[in-house]
Design a binder for this molecule. Structure first.
Ligand code: DGY
Length: 320
């Protein structure tokens, strides 16, 4: 099997593919491939390992219907038109589970950074502003005993809740379509309506997938129902929040601040006002970026390719 990888793959997955006798070509240029370039490249390969943010839409799938599998190096699959892939008989796989802890850690970091204005303080030092200190200045918000609201309590949300309970004794409330019995039993998490989640959370952390139902859900209507002291955290997908409304909500004191690993759009432009706000912490979509996690993801993506090559059931096929 000949496969094309849209970036350089972490070494563990690469070694696994090579051991299995898969012929690998990696895109090594320091620029992304356009949609048309990706279509052109894929003509020469049996499978695609997508390690970039290219959109796999119906037009792409129709031109690449020979692909035996599209293996994503991500848990999220919102960039792929799954209905069209199913219709055209192209299996799509993802990498669930292995990145939950790293992504939750990123959300945890952002929560703390916003609560203590950490990124802003770092910038103050760089600007030479670490001068006169006063007991009433540079104050943050304590997290001990506060209420964590999770929107989307799946495996990443679970780890975030676990960290917050263990570190700060936080009370956990959540909103999901279904109930998470493990979280209710082990973490004392309590299911609440979306409106209650907004009203009661001191930290509201988003861990849901991007779908037509979740897109743009955190807009001014939602922010206006939150506490003025609330921290909004998004380590899921930028399109779930409305960035203009988030800027206005923080500027007007409707909420305290935000921690974002994902932005809308990505990449965030350097002149975005969020970057200068003391109570905001932004990271460039690095939720799963630890060496351990990226290696584990690459092995999982490789296993999906190898299973396809051997005609075995795909371990992590996405169906809807
Ligand atoms: C994921 O795995 O979905 C990460 O957000 C990378 O896109």
């Amino acid at each position: 099997m000949k496969i094309f990888i849209t970036r350089v793959l972490p070494p563990a997955g690469l070694a696994m593919l090579e051991r299995a006798g898969v012929q690998v070509t990696q895109w090594t240029e320091r620029r992304g491939l356009s949609h048309d370039e990706l279509v052109a490249h894929c003509q020469q390969y049996d499978a695609l390992l997508l390690a970039s943010d290219n959109t796999i839409d119906r037009a792409f799938l129709e031109q690449c219907r020979h692909l035996k599998v599209i293996s994503l190096l991500s848990v999220g699959y919102d960039k792929v038109d799954i209905a069209a892939a199913n219709e055209l008989g192209i299996p799509v796989t993802n990498t669930p589970g292995v990145l939950s802890a790293a992504t939750a850690d990123t959300a945890f970091l952002l929560m703390l950074a916003s609560s203590r204005k950490a990124f802003f303080q770092h910038k103050r030092i760089i600007r030479g502003e670490w001068g006169f200190s006063e007991p009433t200045a540079n104050l943050g918000i304590a997290l001990e005993g506060k209420t964590l609201g999770i929107w989307g309590l799946g495996s990443i949300g679970y780890v975030m809740a676990q960290r917050c309970v263990q570190a700060f004794g936080m009370k956990v409330i959540y909103h999901n379509r279904g109930r998470n019995e493990a979280a209710e039993k082990e973490l004392g998490a309590q299911w609440v309506s979306f409106e209650e989640l907004l009203a009661q959370s001191d930290v509201l952390s988003v861990h849901t997938a991007l779908t037509p139902e979740t897109a743009g859900r955190f807009n001014m209507t939602a922010f206006s129902q939150m506490k003025p002291s609330a921290i909004f955290v998004n380590a899921a997908r930028g399109a779930i929040h409305h960035e203009g409304d988030l800027i206005a909500a923080i500027q007007q004191g409707i909420i305290w601040g935000a921690g974002l690993d994902v932005t809308n759009p990505e990449p965030m432009q350097p002149d975005n006002p969020l970057l200068e706000m003391p109570t905001v912490a932004v990271l460039p979509h690095i939720g799963s970026a630890t060496a351990e996690t990226r290696n584990a993801m690459s092995e999982m993506a490789a296993q999906n390719i190898i299973a396809s090559m051997k005609g075995e059931p795909l371990p992590n096929q996405v169906t809807s």
